[in-house]
Design a protein around this ligand. Structure first.
Ligand code: HSE
Length: 334
């Protein structure tokens, strides 16, 4: 049995979902992969709990649920005030998980890679702005840098592009990458107002804390930029052309539906080009997704057209992508 030490950064809804999977499937991971994952630190915005012997995940989840913040937990554990940079440098871990919303996390991702630690992330801005540096550093040091959950949650579109189709040249990707906008548009088709639909998406936990990034197309733009980086090479979000669904009226979506079409926030990715904008798609297109689904249609020279569809948001759905990457990194380390 190989022990693998993990540092978890971010203990909001996604972080808690990741911790729950690590707790509940610990035995499955031991039996199936011969790997014993040990969480040695957990960080939220209030502080860092660190125990080299391994943290009791049941207890840390209970503390977070009860008190709302880790800094309240002073009985059994030390709570440190490390910056993320200090934490990745000082805490002895094999894998650093970033499930925060820290826009500046690329700096501490680089610090972790320089320390020889694998990084697994669901946090999009570091990749949408600094892909070349991060992946370049990881390759130089031969350390895993894995980011499946940044795009389409656990639906493995990154895996397809990064680890399969290696002999293919990708020509074009068309995708629906944001669940909140799909949810709002389909509710508007059913007669709800934009505001009512947005409120519902927020109450279901699909929308980001600040939903303007979803509505204005920024979240989809980050994801489309990441797909470009993987399929065609580095580009940054600054080069993406992004339009959101804020100008779309209920009349327009209803009228499209009457013609067997539906309005979705579509990303088109080609070499050197990233476009995100509302477009009409036919109801029989793979892009005519509903609810929290995402879809991508990948066109390549050899395989032709490949469509992948699945959950693009949700807590256990995002944890699926994060944990899969953690196991991939652990197997490489082991
Ligand atoms: N707010 C995002 C969405 C969550 O609606 O798709 C997943 O990144």
């Amino acid at each position: 049995m190989r022990g693998v030490k993990v540092s978890l950064f971010g203990f909001g809804n996604v972080g808690k979902a990741v911790a729950r999977v690590l707790l509940e499937k610990e035995r499955f991971f031991r039996e199936r992969y011969g790997i014993a994952l040990k969480v040695v630190s957990v960080a939220d915005t209030s502080g860092v709990v660190w125990l080299p012997e391994g943290i009791d995940l049941q207890e840390v989840l209970l503390v977070k649920e009860t008190f709302g913040k880790l800094s309240a937990w002073t009985n059994d554990y030390e709570v440190y005030n490390f910056t993320p940079e200090e934490a990745v440098e000082d805490i002895d871990a094999d894998i650093v998980i970033d499930v925060t919303n820290d826009r500046n996390a690329w700096g501490w991702h680089l610090a972790a890679l320089r320390e020889g630690k694998a990084v697994v992330t669901s946090n999009k801005p570091p990749l949408a702005f600094h892909y070349a540096e991060l992946v370049g550093e990881a390759e130089k040091r031969d350390v895993p840098y894995l980011f499946e959950a940044t795009v389409m949650a656990g639906t493995p579109v990154i895996g397809i592009l990064r680890e399969n189709l290696l002999g293919d040249t990708v020509r074009r990707i068309e995708a629906v990458l944001n669940a909140t906008t799909t949810f709002i548009l389909s509710r508007m088709e059913q007669g709800r107002t934009f505001e009512e639909a947005l409120k519902e998406a927020q109450s279901l936990g699909i929308a980001e804390r600040d939903p303007s990034g979803d509505v204005l197309g920024i979240d989809a733009g980050y994801k489309a930029t990441i797909l470009h980086c993987v399929a065609f090479g580095p580009i940054t979000f600054r080069e993406a052309m992004v339009k959101g669904i804020d100008g779309i009226s209920q009349e327009k979506v209803k009228e499209a539906r009457s013609r067997d079409r539906t309005v979705r926030l579509v990303a088109v990715v080609e070499k050197g080009k990233v476009i995100v904008e509302p477009r009409e798609v036919s109801l029989d297109s793979p892009l005519a997704v509903e609810s929290h689904e995402n879809a991508a249609v990948i066109k390549t020279d050899l395989l032709g057209e490949l469509a992948i569809k699945g959950a693009g948001a949700g807590l256990k759905e995002t944890a699926s992508g994060v944990v899969s990457d953690v196991i991939k990194a652990a197997l490489r380390i082991a």
